[in-house]
Design a protein around this ligand. Sequence first.
Ligand SMILES: Cc1cc2nc3c(=O)[nH]c(=O)nc-3n(C[C@H](O)[C@H](O)[C@H](O)COP(=O)(O)OP(=O)(O)OC[C@H]3O[C@@H](n4cnc5c(N)ncnc54)[C@H](O)[C@@H]3O)c2cc1C
Length: 478
Amino acid sequence: MANAQMAKAIPALAAALGPKGWSEDAAALGPHLVDARERYKGKALGLARPKSTEEVAFVVRICAEHGIGIVPQGGNTGLVGGATPQGPGNEILIQLGRMNRILALDADNDTMTVEAGCVLADIQAAAERAERLFPLRLASEGSAQIGGVLSTNAGGNAVLRYGNARELVLGLEVVLADGSIWNGLRGLRKDNTGYDLKQLFIGAEGTLGIVTAAVLKLFPAPRDTATAFAAISDPKAAIELLRLAKAEAGAHLTAFELLPRIGLDFVLTHIPGTRDPLAARYDWYALLECTSPSMASPLQPLLVALLEKANALGLLQDAAIAETLEQKNAFWRLRDSLPEAQKQEGGSIKHDVSVPVSKLPEFMDRATALVTEKLPGVRVVAFGHAGDGNLHFNLSQPEGANKETFLAKWESVNRWVHDLAVEMGGSFAAEHGVGQMKRAALAHYKSETEIALMTRLKRTLDPNALLNPGKILPPRDD
Ligand SMILES: Cc1cc2nc3c(=O)[nH]c(=O)nc-3n(C[C@H](O)[C@H](O)[C@H](O)COP(=O)(O)OP(=O)(O)OC[C@H]3O[C@@H](n4cnc5c(N)ncnc54)[C@H](O)[C@@H]3O)c2cc1C
């Protein structure tokens, strides 16, 4: 891009946004130029931190006028390099952290209207104060912002019961690529007035517009919770236990997570204050949680009866039920700190895949056989949201292996595992999105028709390819 263009645009942004809203300082920019896993590093002309939708629109208009690419960033917790600028440093970053107001909470309508820079945990807390629930739960909820959460269509631990981000939104406000504002902040559960435009922007990873506000669905706050940490023999038993839990607990079943023994060992070794809830060692564990807004039929007896039934059917090896909030939190800590614990065990090649729930045991068997044959000594640490078919099929380097040599195999190992997931009717990007990391995979696995449709959509909504260039789809070369 011509320097003359930048020479006009940058002072205009600096003057309009002021020192709180614009920075070119290397130290201030630093943390925004690298992704959460430190796999992607980028350069940017500056960081815009607007305080209102009108300021976002102004930034986009100036950039559109001068042909400057814009990379939206929320809490920068994304795991596919979607919020990291790429290229020679001719893009700006826009971060909506100053737009963190809860604009309205309508308890009777069960909705909350929030600005896009609100941190997910703050939204959950605001819902709780109104005796409501915003059910999206992620280990990154203390930093992730709702703009980023919606733009990645985040999943998390309660998808089984409440669906992913896409299913939790009634309305959106979006700044479009020409700087115009689309106000779709409607709180309606019924609105059949043509195309559902908001769904275009959810999961679009900032490539079609900048989300500035949202109307979120709320639910009755859970008053009763029962959580169990159950030992099972293998993933097949896990899926049989899941089927039984759905039949016995119905809509109360909120989470069903799978953990392997090796993952638990990593956590017990590396995360201070954790302990094994069960006396003996087992190969696999399921973390089950039931919730209810009513105390009328207590959940603890229901969970006990469910586990007794599972035991009688030979599905269960042992189980612990949380008696206190501390115990419940301790169970969840075992699950949530697994990625951090795995980091301490050297290099790890990651896969965020999904298959139909019914095929999860077969996928586990085949994928494990495949990688252990090709990578002797590799440590398979497959865990995740088994209740919705999403597995983090992560591979830790063999003990004592060289980290760099192991990680150099990332692309080819990904191909084996993704081929298998796709062959079994699954996805190569279940909940973390595409970003930069899986762009080549998207080009490989999606049909020509699907890619053509996506490209046409992108060209219609962002004809000059200025919104998050090179994410999801390849950068434009025309
Ligand atoms: C410890 C940990 C646990 C995680 N657990 C889960 C999990 O269980 N499930 C899950 O789905 N993800 C998980 N993630 C991934 C990540 O937290 C989510 O994808 C989260 O939704 C990203 O939010 P963010 O605000 O950090 O977005 P960022 O990382 O800043 O951005 C993500 C994408 O959204 C775009 N974007 C950001 N803000 C906007 C906006 N206002 N308008 C348009 N585009 C925007 C960015 O350009 C980028 O493409 C986890 C991450 C970590 C580090």
